[in-house]
Design a protein around this ligand. Structure first.
Ligand SMILES: Cc1cc2nc3c(=O)[nH]c(=O)nc-3n(C[C@H](O)[C@H](O)[C@H](O)COP(=O)(O)O)c2cc1C
Length: 226
């Protein structure tokens, strides 16, 4: 067995200022504000969660409600890191939230970046061609023509500006986010399944070398009852 030691994270004595990725975006699609609370109690959600592998189409409201609960920014705080700290449903080392949610909706070639402060989707220019191979690859892992494909796209430099040897924090953030998403999908009666593939080598091609890295995928849709 080869265990890759990612090191033991330590806050840097003086944080390095980081310049976040500037995205080349096209259309901006505001999502509807969440109208419905969650219908299940936490206890019911914990007892009901399972990975589902059958997906039906979601409308904007259903997708928006999922992102609202699982990913939106509820509050921000100033920092000297070059970007704001944030509160979201998922915990994140240093409140940094280095993982972007990039998604592809069924029947549409474009990939969209979720903007968690504005609760909106931003069309990522050039992503359709750069991520076409990833789409094909993900279909081989789990079909689901009617599912939303969610790419967990890490920007490690955000976390590494504050922590030396901080790479393991990115993977732990990805796990925390995955768990929150799985629970929210269950609470909304939706189908959700993580994928073991990372999204590489396609995900990192979305920016200059080394700035972005794929740290997982998941499929989301409404339940089919199957
Ligand atoms: C990190 C991670 C990667 C996974 N990758 C896949 C996958 O590639 N394909 C799949 O069908 N399920 C995948 N799963 C789902 C697991 O197979 C599933 O969680 C496990 O069988 C337990 O079932 P449950 O989630 O219904 O409790 C993954 C789960 C996790 C947490």
């Amino acid at each position: 067995m080869t265990w890759i030691d990612l090191g033991d994270p330590l806050p840097r004595p003086s944080p390095a200022r980081y310049e976040p990725t500037e995205w080349d975006v096209g259309l901006v699609c505001p999502l509807p504000p969440c109208e419905q609370g969650l219908s299940l109690t936490l206890e019911e959600v914990l007892d009901a969660r399972v990975s589902q592998r059958q997906f039906a189409l979601m409308n904007d409201q259903q997708l928006g409600d999922f992102l609202w609960h699982a990913c939106r920014t509820r509050g921000v705080g100033a920092s000297n890191l070059g970007f704001d700290l944030e509160h979201r449903a998922s915990p994140s080392a240093g409140a940094i939230h280095p993982i972007h949610i990039v998604l592809k909706r069924p029947g549409c070639a474009e990939w969209w970046l979720y903007q968690p402060k504005a609760h909106a989707l931003l069309e990522l220019k050039h992503a359709a061609s750069k991520l076409a191979g990833l789409y094909e690859h993900s279909l081989k892992v789990l079909e689901g023509d009617d599912a939303v494909r969610i790419l967990f796209l890490a920007e490690p430099g955000k976390t590494l500006g504050k922590y030396q040897d901080g790479c393991s924090l990115i993977w732990r953030d990805a796990g925390a986010l995955l768990a929150v998403m799985a629970l929210i999908a269950t609470a909304q009666g939706q189908s959700f399944c993580p994928l073991g593939i990372t999204g590489e080598p396609w995900a990192s091609a979305l920016a200059d070398q080394g700035k972005l890295a794929g740290v997982g995928l998941a499929l989301l849709g409404t339940a089919t009852g199957a």
